[in-house]
Design a protein around this ligand. Structure first.
Ligand code: ADP
Ligand code: MG
Length: 723
């Protein structure tokens, strides 16, 4: 008896688990079908609607479903004039008691309708009404329903609605009404209908893998779409407007997640590709290190170790080297480049600008004075026979280290045996450009260097596909650069400090926001100030450097400054990164209010490069507001690049830090990255989890998100073919 029952129970449970298995079998297929459905192109017959969608970039079902209302109006109940709250949306019913054109005392015409209910009178106003015909819409004595934002007209003492919406009473359905981007002659109803049609075709609640769903604690995809497109009465329109409801967050997650998955997938995939396992004994490195007048910092040693481990491994390296200005990144790059050269391969070092490429080239040449290897410089402005010779040396392998701008890759420069690409990115390439760049080589090891300490949230998107090494230690003896924010009228004090430094035989930078006088901007410029400063500091050599000079001129000036033949270098932000003259101890930046904090921090990093005391003067122009002044104060207080970058991120947005307006793709605006950074982190964590258990994405339950990832990012991130 008991046995029988037990048997029955076991069988029952077995059947149940088989059923569940079947269900789950079908569930993953349903998820895949759903993603397919999401990416089908929209079919729109109505020509006006079709045009509207095209204009708003709505091409697929997914685009349509994610086309969320920008705002919502509260049409949940009809109120009386008395109850209508000023500065809120309201629906009011009343009788037309008067209507007609009115002239203001100033002679401006407008159309006015007065409605009355038991509690009071409401004024309706149209300013541009020759297309709206309120005269035809309202008849005296008629009861009407109007909606809009109620304001208080202090002049007449009426509650008013400007450009109200007239609602036909029989078509009034109370609720919260979503508002999509407005378009003349296109009713919002049509948009809503289309969305409804597609929403109704959704068969499942969600397409994310079950293990993610159980962890994210957010409403389902379907529910979120329904709630946002057809909000129920119990949602507050104010909350909806803030775009931070769980439903909004769920939709944002659906945008962040495929991107993070793509980045993590790509990182892991790159790791498995066949790369070069470099073999070196460290001979060249030793030679270099023993020729240096200083020891490597602990951080440099550690990071070199991290890179070398990648170099000897048979998989390609994709690593980000983050380090504040002056932390010694160039040397790390060079040391590891020598390992690669010793292994018989070539190294390409790419800089974002010609002047930086030249600077790197000169630096490397001087570091390698006693080491006999070939170093070449190739930028766009190297031409003619000189160029041919260099290209030839790169092709036959005599050029061991090639320094250049990214022209190096765009043009058909053939390497004999390229093994290592170092990108001195200085935050100017996005993740997409980088993917395309590297795909041109044959799996070389890649090191991206950035001088900007990038807040974690940004690093996750912009560098989300890279391993990260951090140089978090400055060479010893460096003293923080004393920084002063100074009003322009006190510039003479700055000049006297400059004079003292010059008398100590130290050198000085002056930086200006413009090269030449501008018609539009009332700002000082480098060219005129060069002349002025020559007069002010008679007896000293003043040089001028800016981006519009030829590379030869720039190099000539830089050399002279480096050798100390120029005492004062007047410049624009071309000296922002890379320039390295330890004897320079004073940095004067005029119109500092024109620059971002991170950028100023970079400029400031040009001084304080020795054990001498250095100062930085941030001169605030006379037209700058007090706010600018406050902002700059942050630099007085801290020299910590991370803190400064965080501040800039808060104050001016990521474009300031990354030097681009987009995070690399239209889907994810920077503002979202900041606003929903916790969701971004969650998406990242989930992506890591999925990939760590299923790096190839072969598990059934992962097929839907894999498909989504490829559809969205496959091409742009060069993810390869769907396996
Ligand atoms: P970054 O590129 O990170 O801004 P650099 O590589 O230009 O920094 O290094 C800044 C300066 O510090 C250079 O003059 C470099 O020669 C010097 N330097 C690098 N490493 C050390 C070290 N360990 N000790 C002392 N000076 C160093
Ligand atoms: Mg550098």
């Amino acid at each position: 008896m008991a046995d029988d029952e037990l048997k029955k129970k076991i069988i029952k449970e077995a059947i149940k688990s088989i059923e569940e298995f079947r269900k789950s079998q079908n569930r993953w297929r349903e998820k895949v079908d759903f993603v397919k459905f999401l990416f089908t192109p929209l079919a729109v017959e109505d020509r006006r609607l079709e045009k509207y969608f095209r204009k708003n970039g709505v091409k697929s079902v997914r685009d349509l479903l994610l086309f969320l209302p920008g705002k919502y109006v509260d049409r949940r109940r009809i109120t009386t004039v008395f109850d209508a709250m000023v500065n809120s949306e309201a629906v009011i019913k009343g009788k037309v008691v008067s209507r007609g054109e009115v002239r203001t005392p100033g002679g401006k015409k407008f159309y006015q309708v007065i409605l009355k209910d038991k509690t009071g009178a409401l004024k309706l106003v149209w300013f541009n009404y020759n297309r709206v015909y309120p005269s035809k819409m309202f008849k005296e004595g008629e009861e009407v329903l109007v909606a809009g934002k109620v304001v208080f007209d202090t002049f007449s003492g009426y509650k008013s609605i400007i450009h109200p919406e007239l609602i036909k009473e029989d078509s009034y359905s109370p609720g919260i009404i979503p508002i999509y981007p407005q378009e003349r002659f296109l009713s919002q109803e049509k948009v809503r209908e289309k969305i409804k049609t597609y929403l109704q075709q959704i068969k499942i609640d969600d397409y994310l893998p079950d293990r993610i769903l159980s962890k994210i604690d957010l409403p389902s995809f379907r529910e979120s779409l329904e709630k946002l497109h057809f909000p129920p009465d119990n949602l507050s329109p104010e909350k909806l407007k803030e775009e931070n409801t769980p439903y909004h967050r769920r939709i944002k997650f659906s945008i962040f997640f495929p991107f993070q998955l793509a980045l993590v997938y790509r990182r892991e995939k790159n790791k498995k590709e066949r790369g070069i396992a470099f073999k070196f004994s460290g001979e060249l490195k030793k030679k270099l290190l023993s020729s240096l007048p200083f020891e490597l910092t602990g951080a440099q040693k550690r990071v070199i170790g991290e890179i070398e481990r990648d170099l000897v491994s048979p998989f390609p390296m994709n690593r980000l080297l983050q380090g504040d200005v002056g932390s010694g990144k160039t040397l790390v790059a060079l040391v590891t480049a020598l390992d690669v050269v010793e292994s018989g391969y070539q190294v390409a070092l790419m800089a974002p600008t010609e002047i930086l490429a030249e600077q790197h080239y000169l630096n490397i040449r001087s570091f390698l004075e006693k080491i006999d290897i070939g170093v070449a410089l190739l930028t766009g402005s190297v031409t003619g026979r000189k160029r041919d010779a260099i290209v030839e040396a790169i092709r036959d392998g005599r050029a061991n280290i090639v320094v250049g701008t990214h022209a190096l890759f765009q043009e058909k420069v053939e390497f004999n045996k390229l093994g290592y690409v170092i990108i001195d990115e200085q935050h100017r390439f996005g993740v997409i450009q980088r993917a395309q760049l590297v795909s041109k080589g044959t799996n070389p090891d890649v090191l991206v260097m950035t001088a900007t300490p990038i807040p974690r949230t940004l690093a996750m998107t912009t560098y989300g596909d890279l391993d990260v090494s951090i140089l978090d230690e400055m060479p010893p003896g460096r003293r923080p650069v004393k920084t002063f924010v100074v009003e322009e009228r006190r510039i003479n004090f700055v000049f006297s400090e400059v004079k003292k430094a010059l008398e100590r035989k130290e050198q000085v930078y002056f930086v200006y926001p413009l090269i030449e006088k501008s018609e539009k901007l009332d700002l000082k410029n480098a060219t005129e100030m060069f002349e002025n400063l020559r007069k002010i500091f008679k007896g000293y050599n003043v040089g001028l450097l800016h981006g519009r000079m030829s590379p030869e001129e720039k190099e000539w000036i830089m050399r002279k400054f480096q050798r100390g033949e120029i005492d004062i270098l007047v410049s624009t932000t071309v000296i922002e990164v890379g320039v390295d003259v330890p004897n320079a101890t004073v940095m004067v930046i005029e119109h500092a209010e024109r620059f971002g904090l991170a950028q100023l921090h970079q400029l400031r990093g040009r001084v304080g490069r020795s054990d001498k005391e250095s100062v930085c003067f941030l001169i605030v122009g006379k037209n700058a507001g007090r706010q600018a002044y406050q902002r700059l104060r942050i630099l007085e207080k801290t020299g910590d690049g991370f803190k400064i970058a965080e501040e800039d991120l808060k104050l001016r947005g990521p474009g300031e830090i990354l030097g681009t307006r987009q995070s690399g793709e239209q889907e994810i605006p920077y503002s979202d990255i900041i606003r929903y950074n916790d969701l971004l982190a969650l998406a990242r964590e989930m992506a890591e989890e999925i990939i760590s258990t299923d790096p190839e994405l072969v598990v059934n339950d992962h097929q839907a998100v894999k498909m989504e990832m490829f559809k969205l990012w496959g091409e742009r991130l060069e993810l390869g073919k769907i396996a």
